[in-house]
Design a protein around this ligand. Structure first.
Ligand code: ADQ
Length: 462
């Protein structure tokens, strides 16, 4: 088995016993690396006065990591800039929030070059190299320019936007062309792959034949590989002592009310504003149900240096305050809104206590919370997943209650459906959902991608 070199923006291995407040990618990659063995390379999260390319080696939780520090300007232009002010909103269909600055693009290319120059000497001849996410799209091309001949894969964790949106990016062509340096390119869903095909065939004169996508004399393999969770681990977490304790705390605080839960990074793509408005509509239209539910929204802040993320925080503070002001009673708070991370066992317990999960992003590459919620349920008395049709996960999780998150009325209706669903139907839907979450877990995802990458013949010497 070839060694695996994973490259992503951040390397985030929690120290033993440390609580995990991590994005979905980090959680998935740790599981994959533990299984395969290899190296994880990326930014340390630290800044340095001047970039030196010094590599920090570490060994932890069964994973070898190599990280580098970046300059303040790199972080501003590459991470807060091009990655999170340009590509993230654009890839989530938020052209209104997308900022186009040449400096951002310059920083993006510079940092990708720094990654390429620093990681290249760590890569051995037979290694499989797997690059992750929108921060590092040009990395493959830069590695090839440096002479790398290894099998090289790229996985996009976000949506791939429709062609007409993507062309708003002044350098769209360059960005897409750089993907052709990889051997295998993976997307979560058919929707995202279709959009990629559309761009290549309509703007690059390319052709598609099964998984083969050809432009000029270069053919790559473009596949759908929906990411999963470490289902066995999460199911076990849900019955751990910590989970039981968290679950008890939830029950005690709810005093007999039905619990509704949402867990998301504080991000405009997650549709939190619309979710709060949907819950407000539910309270307004169902006076007899007021006081019988308790909605807990957990949303740890992320990307706090980006203005839009500060704005959304202020907006949600005000909105939850307004809804509580309108509907709360002396012994009842309709929305509990908590801005912090929780250890995974606690989360699993919180999920298990909740009768309903609201996973209602406006646009999401996949969404792992939907899968975690299902994995945490009690098979005898499972809760109901309310899932946005705009989450990549909706392609696989058809037995959820699917909603359009832009419609407060649909959200309110979905809540009524979920809260009144008979136990037999909850069990039937849950059984169908858990079967998929178990079968297509993170190891399945990893194997699916790496099998495709391993099938690529190593490049001939130039
Ligand atoms: P994210 O946008 O980070 O991931 P998601 O897939 O939902 O979104 O993963 C979030 C992860 O963070 C989950 O594992 C969740 O449990 C954890 N988490 C969230 N809030 C937490 C809290 N308060 N405390 C502890 N843990 C918390 C990106 C894409 C997604 C895609 C993943 C993986 O945006 O669409 O599913 O990558 O490809």
């Amino acid at each position: 088995m070839s060694r695996l070199v994973v490259i992503s923006n951040r390397v985030a291995v929690p120290k033993q016993g440390e609580s995990g407040n991590q994005g979905g990618l980090a959680v998935a990659l740790q599981s994959a690396l533990r299984q395969h063995g290899g190296l994880w390379f990326g930014w340390s999260g630290e800044t340095t006065e001047q970039f030196t390319g010094t590599i920090h080696d570490a060994e932890g939780a069964g994973i070898t990591t190599a990280t580098i520090d970046l300059e303040e300007q790199d972080i501003e232009e590459y991470y807060n800039g091009f990655a999170n002010r340009t590509l993230w909103p654009l890839f989530h269909y938020r052209i209104d929030l997308t900022e186009f600055e040449r400096d951002f693009e310059g920083g993006y290319q510079r940092v990708n070059q720094r990654f390429a120059d620093t990681v290249a000497p760590l890569i051995e001849d037979d290694d499989l190299v797997w690059v992750h996410d929108y921060h590092l799209i040009p990395l493959g091309k830069k590695l090839r320019e440096g002479g790398l001949r290894n099998r090289l894969g790229f996985f996009l964790h976000t949506p791939w936007p429709p062609t007409r949106l993507l062309t708003a990016l002044p350098s769209h062509r360059k960005l897409v062309e750089s993907l052709f340096a990889y051997d295998v390119v993976g997307f979560h869903t058919e929707d995202w792959l279709d959009s990629f095909h559309h761009y290549v065939t309509s703007l690059m004169g390319g052709t598609v034949d099964g998984t083969r996508v050809t432009v000029g004399d270069r053919t790559i393999c473009a596949i759908i590989a929906p990411i999963g969770i470490d289902t066995a681990e999460f199911e076990a977490a849900a019955t751990s002592d910590e989970a039981r304790f968290a679950r008890e705390r939830m029950y005690m605080s709810a005093t007999g009310r039905s619990l509704i839960v949402g867990v998301d990074r504080l991000d405009y793509s997650k549709g939190l504003r619309q979710r709060f408005l949907g819950y407000e509509r539910f309270l307004a239209s169902q006076p007899e149900r007021r006081g019988l539910t308790s909605f807990l929204q957990i949303a740890p802040p992320s990307r706090e240096k980006v203005d839009t993320y500060q704005e959304i925080r202020a907006d949600l503070d005000a909105l939850s305050g307004r809804i509580n002001g309108e509907y709360a009673d002396i012994d009842w708070t309709p929305i509990r809104y908590v801005n912090r991370g929780y250890p995974r066992q606690d989360l699993a317990g919180i999920f298990r206590a909740a009768r309903v999960a609201l996973v209602t992003p406006l646009r999401d590459g996949m969404n792992l919370v939907a899968k975690e919620y299902v994995a945490a349920q009690d098979p005898e008395d499972p809760g109901v997943l309310v899932l946005s049709v705009f989450a990549g996960a909706a392609e696989q999780m058809k037995d959820a209650v699917l909603v359009n998150p832009y419609s407060a009325e649909e959200m309110a209706d979905a809540l009524v459906t979920a809260l009144t669903m008979p136990r037999e139907e909850r069990i039937r839907r849950w059984q169908a959902l858990i079967a998929g979450v178990r079968e297509q877990d993170v190891f399945w995802w990893c194997a699916r991608f790496l099998d495709a990458l391993e099938a690529v013949k190593e490049r001939e010497m130039a």
